[in-house]
Every structure is written in C-alpha cells, then in structure tokens.
Ligand binder design. Structure first.
Ligand code: BEZ
Length: 270
C-alpha cells in the first residue's frame, strides 16, 4: 500500500511479475478470514486485486471492496478484475469513510499495514474499527518485529559508508506492541502470531529487484541520489551474498532468501 503523496513509486507490472509471492503467500491469510456467504468485506491495501478476487470467490454472494492508496494499482485491479462482486477504490486507510460508504462484516489486509508509519497506526485502527459492524472481524498480516532486518541493516551500514543516515520507513511491530493498540481501539484480539517466513526472491537479481520495487522510501529517508543508490545496492548484495540466517546463506544456489517475519492476527470489533 502506498500513497501518491509520497516517495514510493508502484509499478503494477513489475509488482505482479517479480513479487507474485506476495499474493501467493496471502492466500493463507484468506483461509484464516474464512469469507462467508453474503458477507461484505473490505480488502485494505488490495494492490492489484488478486486476493480481493480470491476473497470474493471464497464465499457465495460475498462482495468485496478493495482499497489502495496507489492509483496505478487500483487502475490495474479494475482492468484485471471487472465484476459486479468487486469494487476497487483509490483511498486512504486512515480515513476509509471518505471513499467507502457503509460498514463491513470483515476487514482483511495482507502485507500493507507496515507501509503506514507508526505515528499514523492509531488513525488506521480507528478507521478500521469504524468501518466494521460490531462483532466484525479484522484479519491481517503485516511484517512483524525483525522483518527483513538483515536487508535493512545492510542498507543502513552501506549507506553510512557513503555518508547517508538511512532510516527504515516501515512499521514492523511485535505482538506485545500491536495487541494493546488493537485493544485500545475497541478490538478483542482472538489470535496473534509472530513467525519467520524465509521468502525466496525470484531470480539471480532477486535482492536488487526487491530493493528496486520496494526501496524508494528507504533511500528517500536520507535523500540518496539515484547513482549512489545503485552503488549502495551493489555493496548490499556483496555484503549479504556470504551472510547467513542461522546455518543457511541468504544467497544460495543462485537464489536470494529474504528473512521475512510475519505478524498475523485475528481481532473482533467489540
Ligand atoms: C513485507 O511484505 O514484509 C515488506 C515488503 C516490502 C518492504 C518491506 C516489507
């Protein structure tokens, strides 16, 4: 999820080509959601709409609204998945009611909430709570504490060597941090899990492509110019090529494995 105001550019084509694992892994979050017949569900940070379609397919008569703050992603979702049971809306998770009418039986979100800064998370949770019927569920997965830490640390270290103080733009909370936040906004937390999910990045250039697709805000945090960004990415590849997660290398047999950690939760609006 992104917003057009900001420094992260979204390209629906490269996103779907090189980062197709995002939707593939997200299917298991749809399983947790268990969409039921005739429910109205909001997919928050729907991107190009693959999971929005899956949610609608999972329940007879289910209708789904996909919301994303990238106009490019929403345009692609509308082209790919026209249909009376889906609606795609360009909007902001902090103020859902500005672009979407009515309430929902469930709000779903996969790999989107960590794009919203810590300072705005309470606004998002209040907005989600307002969008739900009492008893409605909020089922979501985001990057959890320690997510992609080796990549962020390597970018920061190599950036420092170039004189840049790069900051992580992402919000990766622990259960202990996020559950009270949910409770403070009127949710009962029924389940929360933090788990490692080492994630294969496609192709020899998987790490470089990942940083190309997702790294704009990371480099923008220290106003790194494009030529030096490319040099820092080269240095990050070199630094991580021989590095390990436990006994396993991040780069093995021509493939990069990113150290993803997920925070998955089910919360019910009281
Ligand atoms: C994630 O899904 O965990 C993620 C994706 C892009 C940047 C940072 C984290």
């Amino acid at each position: 999820m992104t917003s057009e105001r900001d420094d992260q550019q979204w390209n629906p084509t490269t996103y779907d080509d090189a980062q197709s694992f995002v939707a593939a892994y997200g299917s298991s979050v749809v399983d947790v959601l268990e969409p039921a017949a005739d429910e109205r569900i909001l997919d928050l940070g729907c991107g190009t709409g693959h999971l929005t379609r899956e949610i609608a397919d999972a329940g007879a008569g289910t209708t789904v609204v996909g919301l994303d703050s990238s106009a490019a992603m929403i345009e692609r979702a509308r082209e790919t998945y026209p249909g009376p049971d889906l609606e795609f809306v360009h909007g902001d998770a902090r103020s859902i009611d500005r672009t979407v009418d009515g309430t929902f039986d469930a709000v779903f979100s996969n790999a989107a909430l960590h794009w919203i800064p810590d300072k705005d998370q309470d606004e998002v949770l209040a907005s989600v709570r307002d969008a739900l019927e009492p008893g409605g569920r909020f089922v979501a997965e985001l990057g959890g504490r320690g997510n992609v830490a080796a990549i962020v640390d390597a970018v920061r270290a190599e950036g420092k060597a170039y004189g840049y103080d790069i900051e992580s733009p992402w919000y990766f909370p622990s259960i202990g941090e996020y559950a009270p936040r949910l409770e403070a906004h009127g949710f009962e937390v029924r389940d929360a899990t933090l788990f490692d999910r080492p994630t294969e990045l496609e192709g020899e250039d998987g790490l470089r492509d990942w940083l190309e697709q997702f790294g704009d805000r990371l480099f923008a945090s220290a106003s790194v110019p494009a030529d030096e960004r490319a040099d820092i990415v080269d240095a990050v590849e070199d630094a991580l090529r021989e590095d390990r997660i436990g006994d396993e290398k991040y780069y093995r047999d021509g493939t990069w494995i990113a150290p993803y950690r997920r925070l998955r939760f089910v919360a019910v609006a009281e």
